[in-house]
Design a protein around this ligand. Structure first.
Ligand code: T46
Length: 133
């Protein structure tokens, strides 16, 4: 079973340009409480390196590209996000890393919960202990 769950969003664009609409419980499989975006990330910078206890997210590269690694403690998989019509679903208990940001990358994230630092597991050994419980 692949860890990489990609959502393909319908492009509603026409001759004027592109348009993609995101709606909770429709093409986003949860209620959205928070939206944030990463941009101006240096090419040599890697981010993430944590898992969440209770958080669903969808990550979309609305411009440029970056590479995600997802890890469930047993398997580790990598995927390149390089199109605004592609969303990566990230569920609970998945270690994530983001690498290889293009200089123009704008990474948009829709999240099911408000920001909560105590929801983060930032230590890989703690993550492994949690998933092996
Ligand atoms: C994730 C990946 C994909 C806030 O105060 N509110 C927020 O909503 C977020 C996301 C972050 N912050 C603070 C916490 C840190 O002091 O902003 C700082 C940078 O966050 P962090 O180092 O966690 O950023 P990333 O890029 O490593 O991870 C982020 C999300 O935090 C995380 O949930 O899944 O993007």
């Amino acid at each position: 079973m692949s860890l990489i769950k990609l959502l393909n969003f319908q492009n509603l664009g026409d001759e004027r340009g592109d348009l993609i609409s995101l709606e909770q419980q429709k093409n986003i499989p949860f209620d959205v409480k928070r939206v944030y975006y990463l941009f101006n990330t240096g090419a040599s910078v890697a981010r993430g390196f944590h898992a969440h206890i209770n958080l669903e997210q969808v990550a979309i590269c609305v411009k440029g590209s970056c590479r995600f690694i997802l890890d469930n403690g047993e398997y580790r998989e990598s995927v390149i996000l390089n199109s605004p019509d592609l969303g990566l679903y990230i569920g609970n208990h998945q270690w994530r890393e983001m690498h290889d940001f293009s200089s123009d990358c704008v990474l948009l994230i829709l999240a099911s919960e408000y920001y909560c630092e105590s929801d983060y597991i930032r230590n890989y050994q703690e993550f492994i202990a949690l998933v092996n419980k």
